[in-house]
Write a protein that binds this ligand. Structure first.
Ligand code: BEZ
Ligand code: FE2
Length: 404
């Protein structure tokens, strides 16, 4: 048994002073240090640095590790030129992204306090690294392919990748999961089959949805800037689905929809009514010129995620939270900071069905210790100070093991 003590503990009911947490691989008890040392006299006591806050490990629900080599290859500013540049540079970027590079990004995420991440995998290349990294990885096997002619082959490849991730479940912290690339890139027949796979195995399910205005126009009327893209690369002039049909495909299984920046109020209400949630990627949306997701009016639960280095400059969760504070500049800053911290802890865990993300008895002992540069003068501002002053966590624990 270990006992960890910090000036503040971030619990589901707020920041608490004068508490400590007893843990093995699971959180066993929460009480005063005195109370815990009496109950567990042989426990090792871990005293964190002054001005520290004990958080549950942070969760980054949406990242593409296989694009970690991108620095200046992909075109930022607008969605269609970016998508063109992905097609143009995809092979060289994937080729340049070796295991060392991906592991380095996982380590950097961990230093920023991320103990769980959702890896969107199009080819399965990052499976080995996700087995090696200490973090819990929700391994989203992604299905892509709008052309009916290749659909069976692409679906077969997807099934093999799902099986490969299932075979790692026992020996690593990998949780097999399913991702649908997007409405414009997945044929409805294989889409429904993949949703059924997630449902049958009770796996987390995710899909990019309504990221850009260009996507919306294409799905609504097979028009707009994506028309030239589909003619050029896929010799096609018609969308394979529409917004309504795509949403209905997920009616019976809660799904984590990434972006939703261009969804209408009515569509968001529909998704909310079906029990879905949103992964909000503030920097990705800004860098690709997609617009701002109005999180102040969002009728459904959301997480905050970095997306990949294909549309970002780092996978550091604090960089992302600071960007969210700047992007949502009309929201009251303290309230927003608290909402953002919930989005990357308890809400993310609830959405992905994980037994972590909260400092509560019987949850997995995943912790991130944040140390403020001086004594905080007001408890009401702890969430904001945490986001503003933190680049790296001072300690990180996963299932009770110390990794940072
Ligand atoms: C497709 O396979 O249809 C596709 C892939 C990437 C972007 C758009 C479409
Ligand atoms: Fe993404």
């Amino acid at each position: 048994m270990n006992i960890i003590v910090a000036d503040y503990i971030y619990t589901p009911t707020g920041f608490k002073k004068n508490l400590a947490v007893a843990f093995t691989d699971l959180i066993q008890d929460i009480d005063s240090l005195d109370g815990l040392t009496k109950k567990y006299p042989d426990a090792k006591v871990i005293q964190t640095e002054p001005n520290s806050i004990l958080y549950p490990g942070f969760i980054n629900t949406h990242v593409h590790l296989e694009f970690s080599a991108n620095k200046t290859s992909l075109a930022y500013g607008s969605f269609k030129p970016w998508l063109d540049s992905v097609i143009e540079h995809r092979d060289e970027l994937i080729g340049a992204c070796n295991n060392e590079m991906m592991l380095d990004e996982c380590t950097k995420m961990m230093r920023s306090g991320i103990t769980t991440f959702g890896a969107i995998s199009s080819f399965g290349n990052e499976l080995e690294i996700c087995e090696k990294t200490p973090q819990r990885v929700v391994f989203f096997n992604e299905l892509i392919g709008s052309n009916a002619m290749y659909a069976d082959m692409l679906y077969g490849d997807f099934q093999e990748r799902v099986r490969a991730s299932q075979s790692c479940e026992e020996s690593s912290r990998i949780i097999p999961a399913v991702a649908i690339h997007s409405p414009y890139s997945v044929h409805p027949i294989i889409l429904q089959k993949a949703v059924n796979v997630a449902k049958k195995h009770n796996m987390p399910l995710s899909a990019h949805f309504l990221e850009s205005q260009a996507e919306r126009e294409w799905l609504e009327s097979s028009s707009g800037t994506l028309k030239a893209f589909f003619l050029k690369y896929f010799n096609s002039s018609q969308t394979v689905t529409n917004i309504e049909e795509f949403m209905h495909a997920f009616d019976t299984y809660p799904t984590h929809f990434t972006h939703c920046v261009q969804a209408t109020e009515e569509e968001l209400n529909y998704l909310a009514q079906k029990g879905h949630s949103v992964a909000h990627c503030p920097r990705s949306n800004r860098y690709l010129g997609c617009g701002r997701l109005a999180i102040e009016d969002l009728p459904l639960p959301f997480t905050v995620a970095t997306d990949g280095l294909s549309s970002n400059d780092s996978l550091n969760i604090f960089d992302e939270l600071r960007a969210a504070i700047m992007l949502h500049n009309d929201m009251p800053i303290q309230e927003l900071s608290e909402k953002l911290l919930r989005a990357v802890t308890g809400d993310a865990a609830d959405i992905l069905g994980l037994n972590c993300g909260k400092i509560e008895v019987d949850k997995l002992a995943d912790f991130t210790v944040v140390t403020l540069p001086e004594e905080p003068k007001r408890t009401e501002e702890l969430a904001l100070w945490t986001i503003l002053h933190t680049k790296e966590a001072s300690e990180v624990y996963i299932e009770g093991e110390k990794y940072v």
